[in-house]
Design a protein around this ligand. Structure first.
Ligand code: UN1
Length: 506
């Protein structure tokens, strides 16, 4: 146990952040605070205001006041500011990548990748300021013009998770802002520092006060206040399915558009004809990258009978060489899980697996001794399971892979689709017919052929079906759909009353 004086030093070294409302960082001296901690070492990272519902309401007021002028700012100018944000993020990438790693524990290569995904998306969506395209279509009447334009919704609440602590806030903020909305961001508490640093980038390039606001604190307080505020026109939420359901129900009471991006139980199918070494690299990255804490993580490995034993033997060999440890060390393959809560939940699932008779093939425990004792490290874990067991169906969000054996393609598809989620999916095969069939057959928003289930690129839509969400997509050019209303416009220049559906066509 550390001595009290040591604790004090750590407290003082934590970066202190305020709330960001109407372009000002607010740090009331007596406000209750919470802290973020490095999950690898327990060291303090940042200290944040635990906002009240009134704080959230003030942020919405700031956003509502800023909205009219921001809506009227030409979209290319809005895009230009975002382009400058991308430049700031690019400049600060090394420092921000390190912060991602220190605050949530993904290895530094992935911490930097998180920031790169932010840069890529902000760059990409900035140019939407010069598109925001509607459509023009013919009228059934003479001298009449029909078109659609995209209009912002108003104030958007963005509620974001800790696993992509810069990328996902940027997906939501940048798309909402380029479309002319104002935003209140409520980030996951354990990565509030990453969120605050992103907001600093927006502040630095001169977004008008109130256009973007940051309110840190508990979901039950801040999140609910945002969802309940009638001035918030849409809520964009990424997180767990249980919370997502509550957000949706709460938003529905206000007839509010709620966009949900929730969990996954993503399968990788390895057919007998696959390039096995390629599949091996793929499953290691897919299952244990970000310590399995991606919505897109490969959490089920489906192996065809003919290669099952051989592939599994190779996989277990490779996992033995896997280095778990300090995520800032570039030689390390996997860091800690993100928090004590995560650790507990994952260990509970490991116990569930054991209790339901799944065969533990490797790992299955918290790592202890030396540097491990300071953090939340769990060994890469592989179970052999039956389809239908809890391990095979429920999202674990940790470094736990469930292996399932199958006979033929049809059975693989049945198993792959036999879960409540549908975010990502993958098939390894050299058979071009199966590769193309899987595009149709796999029930998921994303299908990879000969690549693992993770690694989506920002210029394409991201999202899933079934319990993964409620139909929306982030990223890609469709990212602006959740943040815009379509206005349909008819312009009649005939100088007479024309009656659609009633007049005879000439
Ligand atoms: C998530 O886990 O919520 O495709 C996002 C990927 C990343 C994004 C994951 N580009 O794995």
């Amino acid at each position: 146990m550390s001595s009290p004086s040591r604790e004090l030093v750590r407290t003082l070294t934590a970066t202190e952040y305020g709330l960001y409302i109407h372009g000002t960082w607010e740090s009331p001296p007596n406000a209750p605070r919470f802290q973020t901690k490095n999950p690898a070492t327990g060291a303090l990272v940042g200290s944040f205001v635990s906002a009240t519902a009134e704080d959230a309401t003030r942020a919405v007021t700031a956003a509502a006041q800023a909205f009219p002028a921001w809506r009227d700012t030409p979209a290319p100018h809005r895009g230009e500011l975002l382009r400058q944000v991308a430049d700031v993020l690019r400049r600060r990438k090394p420092e921000l990548g390190r912060l991602v790693t220190e605050e949530m524990g993904k290895v530094i290569e992935e911490g930097l990748g998180d920031v790169q995904e932010s840069i890529d998306f902000v760059d990409y969506i900035a140019s939407e300021g010069r598109r925001l395209a509607g459509e023009t279509v013919p009228s059934e009447l003479h001298h009449k013009f029909c078109l659609t334009v995209r209009q912002p919704k108003g104030v958007i609440a963005s509620i974001t998770p800790w696993n992509f602590p810069t990328a996902i806030p940027n997906w939501k903020i940048a798309a909402a802002l380029v479309a002319g909305n104002s935003v209140v961001l409520k980030p996951a508490s354990n990565t509030a520092g990453c969120a605050a640093e992103i907001v600093r980038a927006y502040h630095e390039v001169g977004f008008p006060p109130g256009v973007l606001n940051l309110v840190t604190g508990a979901g039950a307080t801040v999140g609910n206040a945002l969802i309940d505020d009638p001035r918030v026109r849409a809520v964009s939420f990424t997180g767990g399915v249980d919370t997502g359901r509550q957000v949706n129900v709460r938003g529905a009471q206000h007839l509010k558009m709620v966009h949900l991006e929730l969990g996954g139980k993503n399968p990788m199918i390895v057919m007998g004809d696959a390039n096995l070494d390629l599949a091996l690299d793929g499953v290691l990255f897919g299952a244990f990258g970000t310590a399995g804490q991606r919505c897109t993580a490969t959490s089920r490995l489906l192996l065809q009978d003919s290669i099952h034993d051989q592939f599994l033997a190779k996989l277990l060999e490779r996992v033995k060489t896997f280095k778990v440890g300090d995520p800032l060390d570039p030689a390390i393959d996997m860091g800690p899980v993100a928090s004590a809560d995560q650790e507990q939940k994952i260990l509970e699932y490991i116990e569930i697996g054991k209790a339901e008779g799944a065969k533990l093939l490797c790992g299955g425990q918290k790592l202890t001794g030396g540097v491990y004792d300071r953090g939340h490290f769990i060994a890469p874990t592989i179970f052999s399971v039956q389809h239908g067991s809890r391990l095979s169906l429920e999202e674990i969000f940790g470094p736990v892979l469930s292996v399932i054996r199958f006979r033929d393609y049809e059975e693989a598809v049945r198993i792959a689709n036999g879960v409540d989620y549908g975010l990502s999916s993958s098939i390894y095969t050299q058979n071009v017919n199966l590769a193309f069939r899987s595009m149709d057959d796999l029930e998921a928003g994303i299908t990879y052929v000969n690549a693992p289930t993770i690694g989506a690129e920002v210029q394409l839509p991201f999202g899933g079906i079934k319990n993964t969400g409620n139909g929306g997509r982030e990223a890609g050019s469709v990212a602006i759909e959740e943040f815009t209303e379509l206005k349909t416009v008819f312009i009649d220049f005939s100088n007479r009353l024309q009656k659609a559906q009633i007049e005879e066509s000439p």
